[in-house]
Design a protein around this ligand. Structure first.
Ligand SMILES: NC(=O)c1ccc[n+]([C@@H]2O[C@H](COP(=O)([O-])OP(=O)(O)OC[C@H]3O[C@@H](n4cnc5c(N)ncnc54)[C@H](OP(=O)(O)O)[C@@H]3O)[C@@H](O)[C@H]2O)c1
Ligand SMILES: [Zn+2]
Ligand SMILES: [Zn+2]
Length: 349
């Protein structure tokens, strides 16, 4: 076993503080990774604050992990020591259900094991995430990072990246389509980059007028300020697909008239129960509301390779591990451009 310095929250109303966890000795199929960078996802905040009532304390968040291979189990032949690798939102699944058989471990019928706050056979009984110096993960759940990508900018690809890439691919986004990305945060800014790279006309739909220039710099062809109801009315029926990344309950129906006939709005924000659904914009347009959860391991590798080919990384602000509590406050105030990434290697001893 190895000790790993980390930052953990010990209660829903406590800040994250220095802590230590142990990592198992690598088994035959394991990869021991020295973590260099870890992105900060809004889901980390939901868990640290126990928003969903299922946090096991102490919690060590972090599921946008990039690092280098420190050691390999005897059966791992396709990675080498020092290689740059990554870990995303989950570190295990049943490996044999119909979802796992079809490379959709995120929908494992037995439930996947999340990178943090999941039950584990390791000491402590819980998985501990990437706000830590090192991690041991089964090879199947370890990704290869293209060498031409900046490792810090690549870290958010492991959640914000795949969570936006997967639905855009699933709903067949391509040239000739108009896609609206709702909410310009960590997920939203990746949604713009991917929709644009897939060839679609891409519109940023935001409540923050001051983000318009940035949205265009990130690749949006247009910006729709959702608080401007006259502008919204003009765009009715224009969109093939909407990717909704808003992280809190809101009136989802209010976006549906933007869709063309047969259009789909995919919700990826963890909004839980929301206000009453109005069926009229669904019926009068055969429109759909859907959801999507991250992406499987095969698709995550495909997304990383796509990023390597198209030179796509996240726009990030690098922080020290010690700055994490302030970063959480800023994210809750929508004050982040557009993902915080913790420099674990340099700031966590
Ligand atoms: N489905 C999945 O697999 C998956 C994976 C990762 C994360 N998530 C979830 O996705 C959500 C977004 O995560 P994130 O990391 O992108 O968050 P984030 O960086 O905080 O960005 C969210 C953006 O949504 C907009 N927004 C925030 N509060 C709003 C409100 N009350 N009403 C309307 N718009 C609001 C803001 O954009 P504007 O200023 O442009 O309006 C904000 O920048 C979270 O709930 C997270 O848990 C889901
Ligand atoms: Zn995440
Ligand atoms: Zn399974």
């Amino acid at each position: 076993m190895t000790t790993a310095s980390c930052f953990a929250a010990h209660a829903s109303d406590s800040p994250l503080v220095p802590h230590q966890v142990t990592r198992r000795a690598p088994g035959a199929n394991d990869v021991h990774i020295d973590i260099e960078f870890c992105g900060v996802c809004h889901t980390d905040i939901h868990y640290a604050h126990n928003d969903w009532g299922r946090t096991v304390y102490p919690i060590v968040p972090g599921h946008e992990i990039v690092g280098t291979v420190r050691a390999l189990g005897s059966s791992v032949k396709d990675l080498h020591i020092g290689q740059r690798v990554a870990v995303g939102c989950f570190v295990d699944s049943c490996h044999h259900c119909s979802s796992c058989d079809n490379d959709m471990e995120q929908y494992c019928l037995s439930g996947f094991t999340p990178t943090y706050n999941g039950s584990s056979a390791d000491e402590g009984g819980v998985t501990y995430g990437g706000y830590s110096k090192n991690i041991v993960v089964d090879r199947h759940f370890v990704l290869k990072v293209p060498e031409n990508l900046d490792p810090a900018g690549a870290a958010p690809l492991l959640c914000a990246g795949i969570t936006t890439y997967s639905p855009l691919k699933h709903w067949g986004v391509k040239a000739g389509m108009t896609v609206g990305v709702i909410g310009l945060g960590g997920l939203g800014h990746m949604g713009i980059k991917f929709a644009r790279a897939m060839g679609a006309r891409t519109v940023m739909i935001t409540n923050s007028a001051h983000k318009a220039a940035d949205a265009k710099r990130l690749g949006a062809d247009d910006v729709l300020l959702f608080t401007d109801q006259a502008a919204v009315a003009k765009q009715a029926g224009q969109f093939d697909f909407l990717l909704n990344t808003i992280p809190s309950p809101h009136d989802v129906t209010s976006y549906m008239n933007l869709l063309k006939i047969d259009g789909t709005m995919c919700i990826v924000g963890s909004i839980g129960p929301t206000s009453e659904l109005n069926s009229r914009p669904l019926i009068f347009g055969r429109r759909s509301i859907a959801g999507s959860l991250v992406g499987g391991i095969k698709e995550t590798q495909e997304m990383l390779d796509f990023c390597g080919q198209h030179q796509i990384v996240s726009d990030i602000e690098i922080i020290k591990m010690q700055d994490i509590n302030h970063a959480y406050e800023r994210m809750q105030a929508s004050d982040v451009k557009y993902r915080f990434v913790i420099d674990i290697g340099q700031s966590l001893s």
